[in-house]
Design a protein around this ligand. Sequence first.
Ligand code: F0G
Length: 458
Amino acid sequence: MDGWRTIIEPFRIHAVEPIRLTTRVERARAVEAAGYNLFNVHAEDVLIDLLTDSGTGAMSRDQWAAIQHGDESYAGSPSWYAFLESVQALFPFKHVIPTHQGRAAEKILFSVIGGPGKVIPNNTHFDTTRANVEATGAEAVDFVIAEGREPATVHPFKGNMDIDALDRLLAERAADVPVVFVTITNNSGGGQPVSLRNLRAVRAVCDRYGVPLFLDGCRFAENAWFIHEREEGQSGRSVIDIVRDFAALADGMTMSAKKDGLANIGGWLAMNDDALAEKCRTLLILTEGFVTYGGLAGRDLEAIAQGLREVVDEDYLRYRIRSTAYLGDALDAAGIPIVLPVGGHAVYIDARAMLAHIPPLEYPGQALAVALYVEGGIRGCEIGTVMFGRHPDGSETPAAMDLVRLAIPRRTYTQSHVDYVIEVVRAVGARAADLRGYRIASEPAALRHFTARFIPLV
Ligand code: F0G
């Protein structure tokens, strides 16, 4: 892009959605009524919604046009074949099983291969993945490299798996490990990529012990772009070829098309193993739908088929990764502690470092997320002790990190929206010492971050 500093979004805006402007007083009232849980706030009361990059992106003209081709036949719809062709062009697994979103694919897979006594390693399980593993009685273990647990340590592939830790587990318990998972990019660890070289090493360990390797592919295109940019010998290769290398190293995958499918809903489960596929399809029919639509309408399948063609466009990926880095670099320059280097889909503020006076069990991430909302109407997401601190046995311990994630929806906000976010975060940073922690007033037995209610400490 000829070295200009201003980010050119590689699209023009074709339809607009209004953003409702609110005052500080209105927002303070809204968050109190929500029990200080931002999942509980009305989206209309949010100015810039960075809660998630999942399903919140803008679809393209060509995706909306594809939706008009949606064929709602129960079995064998042409929309199913369009979806299948698009998925297999990138991930040529023998069996592709459509699901309504990523967690449905996880639920089906782990219901078949999980269970008490089993253990599933991953670089870092995302919350729904961990919950779906644990719901079967299996154990979920995270083996990201040490650098991946240190917010301030710079490493080009902080999502990489710790190969020695994986090897040790498999040497002891290979018979209890039905699958090894690698999440690309590593969401819970900061949206950090996994290198091709690391995935090859994981594959070699899996082969040694005869254990299959699956990808959690939610942000596969962003991961491939980082490889294209950072990994030795990869800069001359196309993103599509890098994605296909990933697919060739794996035996299957789960996917949320709400991320790098550029769609508002959808996902899939894919694999090469015939017997496993048959068991998964049986469960699919019980809970999701027939094997050629899963939980989706024909029009959703069309939107994903087109989204998968757009997401590997290199102009799009360059803009995407650069605009996330633009936010992160500005916060870093302003002295706000963030996970470095900046990940693909989000900037993660290190709330534990920024609010060092609030102990982890008073939820510094929650305190920061609420402050960003009240100050400027920005909705981020705590990824820390609220999300991960409560264990199946009822005990509570601090999570590895207390982060606030500012996730960037795809193709949705402009550089001036991001400039506003930078201004608000800086303002909150300037009065960080005044912020106080929270205690939990009520919480459910699992996945408490979605529905817990909080009380501010004074
Ligand atoms: N795996 C990863 C790495 C994810 O980030 C998500 C969702 C899922 C699986 C589940 O997919 O939402 O389609 O059921 N992450 C969203 C987020 C919710 O905000 O990061 P899903």
